[in-house]
Ligand binder design. Sequence first.
Ligand SMILES: [Zn+2]
Ligand SMILES: [Zn+2]
Length: 386
Amino acid sequence: MDESSSLILRRYFKEYYFRYSDKIEQPLEIQSREFGYFPFGGGMVRHLSYRDIGAFRAILVKEAPAGVYCSNSYYLEPSAEMQKKGWMKADLIFDIDADLLKLRCKKDHDIWLCKQCGRKEFGLRPEVCPACKGNRILEFSWACPLCLEGSKKETFKLLEFLENDFGIASSEMEVCFSGNAGYHIKVEKNPLEQIDQRGRSEIADYLAGKGALLETYRSLKLSPDDPGWKGRIARYIQNLPGDTPPFRANEFPDRIREMTIKKKTADYEKFLYTAIDATSVKLDAMVTTDIHRIFRMPETLNQKTGLVKRECGDLASFDAMTESIALDDEKEVAEIVVDICPKIELGGKSYGPYRNEKHKLPLYAAVYLIAKGAAKIVSEPKIPAS
Ligand SMILES: [Zn+2]
Ligand SMILES: [Zn+2]
């Protein structure tokens, strides 16, 4: 990133932390948590610990870092090196991101860049560059309203699993927009906080439907009222529209009979894998499993977009691309040159697609495109004389 564009980002982050750092809440049992941040253009600073959030907020106002993090784990000595921290327990965390969903819209808005000849195009990354046949190709993912809707739907699936299969009350869960293209879910003050790395990996596998035994579902006793995965698969079969292959029947009991008794095993096995895939939760299992991670803090900025990681009040009506804007002053504009970007929706307006174009945009939209690496600043933002 060029110097002036980077300067604009830093100033934007600084202004945000200056105005809003008091919105960053003190985590539970703060004295047992590890904090960290990374400055623009610098390496991660971690193994920090505080007795009061005030001291950490002061650092954020002073440093205006690119990313701000806190451990989901609780330690005896949070500022010690990793092996000496003394792990006690950890909140259960989940990371859902549109990019993992591999939605069809990706081919319309993602961009690839050939490192060899510099060619840039919309679409999924090709195996080899059609221009120079080189294979060093970078991929840039973007999030459209369908992507955000997709990750919201995935989040609802996760919440249903947590409530019904794990007995976690919704009051024990915190759901935040990640500030990029998905959601972060945290479970606090629940007995599951004691569970180790291995147990967390089993939870991630369970949510993904990994290692499912297909015979479990090929039973005449399968019912939509069954708990857990059995009920989930039964309801999936029940809700299928009529004439959905491989089924010939349209009524649930007949479909179950068909699936259990019919000989064409391969068709029904394939169907069950599709049903498991559709019902499972797509999430980044590494995040759930890794108990030594520091996790982006709510109400801090995501350096990949300049948007806020924001807690969703009501998930169903939450509008990520409006409610997570850090500084939504429409009068503050910046002139940028956009290299290439798809159509984006931000603050209730749409911009682009742009290719080698100069535009004056609200500062938050300019910051978004700069943070995504798609634009450079031309002139300093200023409030127009009225
Ligand atoms: Zn090329
Ligand atoms: Zn999309």
